[in-house]
Design a binder for this molecule. Structure first.
Ligand SMILES: O=P(O)(O)OC[C@H]1O[C@H](O)[C@H](O)[C@@H](O)[C@@H]1O
Length: 547
């Protein structure tokens, strides 16, 4: 089965853009790997970023090794695959494994409570660790979260009397600092294609290694991509061109909020991967397309909806391997239409630098959190909120009122994204009861509650995961975002071996660093700090319900 793209009510607008792209010879030029398609400023970067167009062929050479590796790992009694990787180094495997229904633990967080769930109690349970293989995945080999996870796991394996070399597999680019370290440590290394950027790497070693180890059929993904690939050079019947023309045409006429719907289909959670691809590729130079995951399309002139799976209106229906390639192609096309370089991420570094500076300046002392402007039960409020708010509800109301006509609200939660598991594990409860208990304990429920109170789109991101995704758009895209950051007290912190910070301290520094970047742009931004996480989540949700 190949892929079907339907443009729904937007077909006419897309047609005009498509005709222009065809007249300019773009489909053939893109599939031939022409790096000049995004203008002279983008050419140098593009010339080393188009390898994703051929991964359906070039990644095939990985398959025998992956089969052998997966067998060896299983024969060694390992049944738990943990993936330490941020953004493009984990989002695709998460979707691949969810779709294949094989378990994969993704560590794309600095939340100590969430990392503790993977490690097991204490400094890691020997029982859990014996059965665990950690895939340390980083293209640059320098990402601070992934480096921290590697250090934590190395120490945990050693403490448990296990040889880290038997429990760690590294995926990185040739010559990266992580490559060198892995060789010194005798880790198994799978090198990735350096001509593929992180968010375009779903079908490279970054997508395939952890997924194959977790038990997914990755050869099938390459077959699915190979089926659609010949269509991408065509002027007609080209799903990537259709979708790219749609994304570009909508953005040009001011419809720059893309509501991504995930209807029940054979694919699970693809919008979470598309979100990074589109937000980080297009959100720059004051332009961009904002993907909104999990929302219903509002009747607003700047929003439109695309569904994964067959549905009324605009949709993309087809197997996962083909979806990856078609969305990548469409994003590259949309980048040309909008007039940005879809392969760089110029504003991501800023928050990272702020975080490093905050940690350095604070030394052994406390991080500069400032003083709360009010305390409402288990929730402290930080930020410049005018008009002397008296409680949390007033603060949320002010944030919603601050939304400009074309704006959006971004909720950014630096918390344990699995915390709601604890509340939902209620013995013999029915599916409905469990789902209800989950929603009542999950801070992500806030997105829907605030969405009901505004016609502006509301996004939700787990920090620091989103910093490697929508974080680029927030800082580099149209400056009309309003930001609600949520942090929480840490009761069970984890040392990062060889570093002067703990995970909890790093997480808070990341939140403060990003807040600094957002407020320096004059954007309205508030931080809620939950002094008791469970009670705090309940309190925030109940305040939002009463607005
Ligand atoms: O794979 P890494 O080098 O560790 O990078 C992981 C992620 O980090 C950065 O912040 C980039 O903005 C992302 O595009 C990338 O996917």
């Amino acid at each position: 089965m190949t892929i079907e793209v339907s443009l729904g009510a937007s077909a006419e607008a897309a047609q005009e853009v498509k005709e222009r792209l065809v007249a300019e010879g773009v489909p053939a030029a893109l599939t031939a790997g022409d790096p000049a398609l995004w203008g002279p400023d983008a050419e140098a970067e593009a010339s080393i970023r188009l390898g994703w167009l051929n991964l359906h062929e070039t990644s095939r050479e990985l398959l025998p090794r992956l089969t052998e590796l997966a067998e060896r790992v299983r024969a060694g009694g390992i049944d738990t695959i943990v993936l330490a990787g941020m953004g493009g180094s984990s989002l695709a495997p998460e979707v691949i494994c969810a779709t294949a229904d094989v378990p994969l633990t993704v560590l794309d967080t600095t939340d100590p409570h969430q990392v503790r769930r993977a490690l097991g109690p204490g400094d890691g349970s020997a029982d859990v660790l014996r059965r665990t293989l950690v895939v340390v995945a980083s293209k640059s080999g320098t990402t601070i979260e992934t480096d921290s996870h590697r250090r934590i796991y190395e120490k945990a394996f050693e403490n448990a009397g296990l040889d880290p070399a038997e429990h760690i597999v590294v995926v990185t680019d040739p010559g990266s600092p992580l490559h060198r370290l892995a060789e010194e440590s005798r880790y198994e290394v799978v090198l990735a294609d350096p001509n593929v950027g992180g968010r375009y790497s779903a079908l490279s070693a970054f997508g395939l290694v952890p997924s194959a180890l977790a038990g997914a059929d990755v050869a099938r993904l390459l077959d699915e991509a190979a089926q659609v690939r010949p269509l991408l050079a065509q002027n007609e019947g080209n799903p990537g061109l259709e979708l790219g023309a749609l994304l570009g045409a909508e953005a040009l006429r001011g419809r720059d909020k893309l509501i991504l719907r995930d209807e029940p289909s054979e694919i699970t959670s693809l919008p979470d991967w598309i979100e990074q691809l589109i937000a980080e590729s297009t959100g720059k130079d004051g332009k961009g397309i904002l993907p909104v995951v999990g929302a219903d399309a509002a009747e607003a002139s700047d929003q439109y909806q695309v569904t994964i799976g067959p549905e009324a209106g605009a949709f993309v229906d087809g197997p996962l391997g083909a979806q990856f390639l078609v969305w990548e192609y469409a994003t590259a096309i949309a980048g040309r239409v909008i007039g940005i370089d879809p392969f760089n991420q110029p504003n991501v570094a800023e928050s990272k630098e702020n975080t490093a500076r905050l940690l350095k300046e604070a030394g052994d002392g406390p991080l500069p959190t400032g003083r709360p402007i009010l305390v409402d039960g288990p929730v402290e409020v930080y930020g410049d909120v005018p008009g002397h708010p008296k409680d949390l509800a007033d603060v949320l109301t002010w944030l919603l009122k601050s939304l400009p006509p074309q704006g959006y609200l971004a909720i950014m939660a630096y918390l344990d994204r699995e915390a709601a598991f604890d509340a939902a594990a209620v013995g013999e409860a029915s599916f409905e009861e469990t789902a209800e208990a989950w929603a009542a304990a999950d801070i992500a429920t806030l997105r829907g509650l605030l969405d009901h109170r505004t016609d502006r789109p509301v996004t939700f991101g787990w920090g620091p995961r989103f910093l490697h995704s929508t974080g680029q758009y927030h800082k580099g895209g149209p400056q009309n975002g309003v930001f609600l950051q949520i942090t929480g007290a840490v009761t069970d912190d984890i040392e990062v071996p060889g570093k002067p910070y703990t995970l909890g301290r790093l997480q808070l520094a990341q939140a403060l660093g990003d807040l600094r970047a957002l407020t320096s742009r004059g954007r309205p931004a508030v931080r809620l700090h939950l002094t008791d996480r469970v009670a705090g989540v309940r309190h925030v949700l109940s305040a939002a319900k009463e607005l």
